[in-house]
Design a binder for this molecule. Structure first.
Ligand code: ADP
Ligand code: ZN
Ligand code: ZN
Length: 697
């Protein structure tokens, strides 16, 4: 741990040095101060902004300040308790800020652990020394060494993939396209081991916090001999401030040789990386949905480019963007065409629910298949991407349906164990008690409408009284560590039936799971979003891929009312390539991404018309700019439209889509446009934000 030196800048007689600082403020500017003590680019400083004390990051040491030198304030404290951030890291953050059109300070500061960017952690007697020193003085339990695990011999396809990756010591993007269970993880581990052996570090991204324990275990078991007992650092948003700080410092100091994390780990402070891995690269979780709306996958490719190193994007169902890049040979494809263990892919069956007598939403085919698997002591996974007991409560006599008072959505019936049923709004978080009778007609007989995971769990308990059932969804895993414990019980064979949402669909290598049942996948079929079929297909392939991973003879039963849809037909044949070919042609015909680039301006206001008027004015100014820069031919401005769920938390939402076949033209238009937008603000009655490369439209 570096020694702590808090250099107080009290002596005003020393020569002034101008210091340009990025602060976490929604303003695009950088702020100039002066310092009488040595400061480096990448240092953190405490400064006064107005009357507020803030921590900022030094991003420049200009010869002259940007405004009247006489008014430039002095830096209060130069924080030297950590090594300064490197210029390479700052270059990366600057790119992200520029590309996603956000102020630099709003990118840089949130990327640091909270204690390093909040003034309060440096104030007061006890905290005067700062969070780094406090952490160093606290004893921590030494990491337990993980016992080394056997290394399977790679099959020829895996070997080729590893060889191609490690032979590359310059920038190159690999698309590791391997069916579920094809041993992509093994490829990452081998490539990582060789990168470490060369003295370089490895950055590995996974889409879900839940997947980190499994990966951490394999990384430590396999790579600790090369990386050391503290060689693996884990970064994700569920860590406490202290844990996050500790991991971050281990990365920055170089102690951690491997960084494993979710999307935010792309901002980890390290430069001597020799390999970046993005597992399940198609996964929407790589997209941050508020603040800086970045794609960690896209940033990973930029960072690899900047550092001159290979990046591996792995998936059984690559995003169409990545697939198209591989077709153009911008990315190099590496194929793992078969499962690594000597097992086949699961067989897929579509059960047409239109003509069937269902039992609590479960078809006779699925129930029969479950009986067989359970009798055979195999595990069953029931996948339903809808948490809660029922999507709504309704009145049979008058048709009343439970609705949120703050949003234009239904409220979801939840029946937590031991506690009474409640109505939850999944959009604004409002929780209401269930009315005694119908608010409209007074009828006492209110009924749940449809089924969520809780209700399916309840039915399954009645139908299979002997079975040990576990439900894994956002509700059953609120407590820290509970998801990990539930997954561990599944892996330990203490569970017969697993009911879950998308949380259970990804990544897990279940050894004894024979059957996957998919309920209500149709909900996603008719979404307006042009990416919905791609997402549905990826999700179905992922969840189907959980079946028969070790024992073979896996089976997937999809209940649907639309078995003839292309998505399901492709799933039957495990035909990602065919599905991708078909979808890419469609996208090309419609000039949609990856054949164009998009940006989305969203606005919300109490009154929908205010939001729409703002967007209309914004559209006109974009139009003028486009005329001025003569980009009309490559730029499409759509009409402002209300969102499907128009009101959330009493704010009405609308959006304006911009599309261009020319990315630099779009980028430069956005830059000019953003400067004009505040003038369109209707007396602050509108909240707006701009998203580059939006994933949901
Ligand atoms: P993926 O990430 O592609 O879905 P995994 O990496 O989880 O697949 O591998 C699936 C299973 O196959 C795992 O249980 C893994 O231990 C095993 N496996 C991977 N490579 C080999 C190999 N070369 N020989 C035998 N088993 C392997
Ligand atoms: Zn009623
Ligand atoms: Zn609501």
């Amino acid at each position: 741990m570096p020694d702590i030196v808090l250099t107080e800048c009290l002596d005003t007689t020393v020569s002034k040095r101008w210091v340009r600082v990025a602060l976490d403020l929604p303003l695009a500017e950088l702020y100039d101060y002066w310092s009488g003590v040595p400061v480096e680019i990448g240092d953190r400083v405490i400064v006064l902004f107005g009357r507020r004390k803030m921590i900022g990051l030094v991003v420049g040491l200009p010869d002259t300040p940007d405004f009247d030198p006489a008014k430039v304030k002095e830096v209060q404290v130069v924080l030297k308790d950590i090594k300064h951030l490197t210029t390479s890291w700052l270059r990366f953050a600057s790119f992200a800020a520029e590309y996603y059109q956000r102020p630099l300070g709003e990118v840089i500061m949130p990327a640091l652990p909270m204690p390093l960017r909040s003034v309060s952690s440096y104030q007061g007697k006890r905290s005067g020394a700062g969070p780094v020193a406090r952490l160093a003085s606290r004893r921590t339990a030494a990491q337990q060494a993980v016992s080394a695990s056997a290394i399977p011999a790679l099959n020829p396809a895996q070997e080729q993939a590893v060889a191609a990756i490690v032979a590359t010591q310059a920038f190159k993007t690999f698309l590791l396209y391997g069916v579920t269970g094809s041993g992509k993880t093994e490829v990452y581990l081998h490539a990582a081991a060789q990168t470490l052996a060369r003295g370089q570090r490895v950055l590995m991204l996974v889409p879900e916090i839940n997947l980190t324990p499994q990966f951490e275990q394999s990384l430590r078991a396999r790579l600790e001999p090369v990386a050391g007992v503290n060689g693996v650092a884990v970064m994700h948003s569920a860590l406490s401030d202290g844990e996050r700080l500790r991991a971050w410092l281990r990365v920055q100091s170089g102690e951690a040789r491997i960084v494993l994390g979710t999307r935010l780990a792309i901002f980890a402070p390290l430069d001597d990386v020799g390999l970046i891995v993005v597992d399940e690269e198609h996964d929407p979780s790589y997209k941050q949905q508020d603040g800086l709306r970045y794609s960690a996958r896209d940033l990973a490719v930029w960072r690899a480019h900047d550092l001159g190193i290979p990046v591996v994007l792995g998936s059984a169902t690559p995003s169409l963007e990545s697939w198209a890049n591989a077709e153009k040979a911008t990315y190099q494809r590496l194929d793992l065409p078969a499962r690594a263990r000597d097992v086949t892919l699961p067989s897929v069956r579509l059960v047409d629910t239109r003509r069937l007598q269902m039992e609590h939403g479960l078809s006779p085919h699925l129930l029969e298949a479950m009986r067989i698997r359970l009798a055979n002591k195999e595990q069953v996974l029931i996948f339903l991407n809808r948490r809660g007991y029922a999507p709504a409560l309704h009145c049979r006599s008058c048709g009343w349906v439970s609705q949120c008072s703050r949003c234009t959505t239904f409220t979801v019936l939840h029946r937590a164990q031991a506690s009474r049923a409640q109505l939850h709004c999944h959009h604004c978080g409002l929780v209401q008690s269930v009315p005694k009778g119908c608010p409209d007609c007074g009828d006492q007989d209110l009924q749940p409408m449809g089924r969520g995971t809780q209700r399916i769990e309840e039915h399954l308990a009645e139908l299979f009284p002997q079975a040990r059932i576990v439900r894994i969804d956002a509700d059953s895993t609120r407590k820290k560590g509970s998801a990990q414990a539930l997954f561990a019980s599944v892996h330990a064979g203490e569970v017969d039936i697993l009911v879950g949402t998308q949380m259970v669909a990804k990544g897990h290598d279940f050894a004894n799971l024979g059957l996957v049942g998919v309920l209500n996948a149709d909900a996603m079929l008719f979404s307006q979003d042009f990416r919905a079929p791609e997402r549905l297909f990826a999700q179905l392939m992922q969840v189907a891929g959980r079946a028969g991973r070790h024992t073979g003879h896996g089976e997937v039963i999809v209940q649907t009312g639309y078995p003839e849809q292309a998505v399901y037909q492709a799933l039957l044949k495990h035909d990602y390539a065919g599905f991708a070919r078909h979808s890419i042609l469609e996208r090309q015909a419609a000039a949609l991404p990856p054949f164009s680039y998009q940006a989305l301006l969203s606005a919300e206001a109490q009154d929908l018309n205010v939001a729409l008027d703002f967007l209309q004015a914004a559209r006109e100014s974009a139009n003028e700019l486009s005329a001025h820069y003569q980009t009309q031919e490559v730029l499409t401005l759509y009409d402002p439209v209300p969102l499907r769920i128009v009101r959330v938390d009493n704010m009405c939402r609308a959006q304006l889509l911009l599309e261009s076949t020319n990315r630099p033209a779009l980028q430069s238009l956005l830059r000019h446009w953003l400067k004009l937008l505040p003038e369109q603000l209707d007396a602050r009655r509108v909240r707006w934000q701009l998203e580059v490369d939006p994933l949901e439209i």
